[in-house]
Design a protein around this ligand. Sequence first.
Ligand code: BG6
Length: 466
Amino acid sequence: MSEKFLWGSATAAYQCEGAWDADGKGLGEWDVFSHGNPLNINGATGDVSCDFYHRYEEDIDLMKASGQNTYRFSISWARIIPEGIGAVNQQGIDFYNRVIDYCLLNGIEPNVTLFHYDLPNALAEQGGWANRTIVDAFAEYARVCFKAFGDRVKLWVTINELRYYAYCSNIVGNYPPNHKQDFQRYFTVIYHEVLASAKAVKIYKSLELKGEIGIAHDSCNVEVDTITKNPERVKLIAENFYNNLILDTAINGVLPASLILQLQEFGIDTSFMKFDDTFDFREGTIDFLGLNVYNRYYVTDSSDEPTEVFHNNKGAGSSMKEGIRIKGWFENSFDLTTQRNLWGREIYPQCMYDTLFDIKNKYGDIPVYITENGHGCYETADENGYVEDDERIAMMQAYIDKMLEAKSEGCNVKGYYAWSTMDLYSWVNGYEKRYGLVRVDFDDKRLPRYPKKSFYWYKELVSSII
Ligand code: BG6
């Protein structure tokens, strides 16, 4: 791996590949959900999306044209092992070989995520991440990928956003399997994810493939509102909820003891942690931490109102708050002075700096990659298909400035990935919430790509800092 700073962009398999049933791919949980579940409120599917499966060369050519030297993408588990466990689909392996080889041909370092929300449906039908058998299924899938691609891929992410994925699918209920406020299932799923990830890391190291492996964690900066009556208690509980189960375990190889007590007091049956586990988390600690940085978690004491989730997938307005109240634990506070996007998410560049320093202060100099950062908004193209996305440029520049400030003050940050490479399927938000540096015209069957103003801004930025 080169030592130069990595500047790139990111996508995920289900969000951009399309070709949902091509060349032996198995059915995914998102295929089933998007094809008929009424909770798919915007009615969109990833069936075709950007058709990256057939157009990856064009997309990688554009990355190269904008000076990017790395690309983060994910592998679809069901393309590699259609039933989740068992037979390997050679055509799936061939596809990712083509993508990896084309990246390398163009001087682009592949950064490969093994799981980004898209579970094979056969495993979902057996309880998915709540069923402990998934741990070994994932580890075996990881082994197949390491053996197939590990000679060329030097940067691996086991699982994308272990917490946010578990949160959406078990607390918010907007992602399949759509459980709402099921805290028992939520913590069980995260535990199985950290265990599966650690087992995959251990396998990777045993293969001596000379690369680095990590996880991608969602924004982790917890900030306590000054009005809070019990700031220390709220801080600890919120840190445990958002970060510690994942980060302490993945980085230090230890389960946070205060979290286990906290769960038991809350009435969670922690037997899923199987304290007699023969697996030692210290054998599966990560080499680097990926951070998907969008916002902070601004918290205060919970009111006496019942537990409630505040979430909007309709881009309904910036005055809505995004977050949760967990009765007896904490709730997200609403800072009137901070700007928000139309989905209620804070636009708060300072969180980039604070997150990087939180990691440094808690975990030392573990290398960090910003594996995602970007801005979702509605956009209109001009008659030439061009989008002047000044709002995105301003927002990303402010976050990047904070990242560079933290770096110059000693944070060990080694790369940055814009989310996203091109416009893509934004999960339950559908296609209208845009993140890309490149516009995709989804109304035109040929799916033409049009670099946006941010594409040229990024090119300029990357060439001046590399
Ligand atoms: C991250 C995910 O949480 O944020 C991406 O890793 C996702 O998959 C991105 O698309 C933006 O979130 P959303 O919900 O606006 O698409």
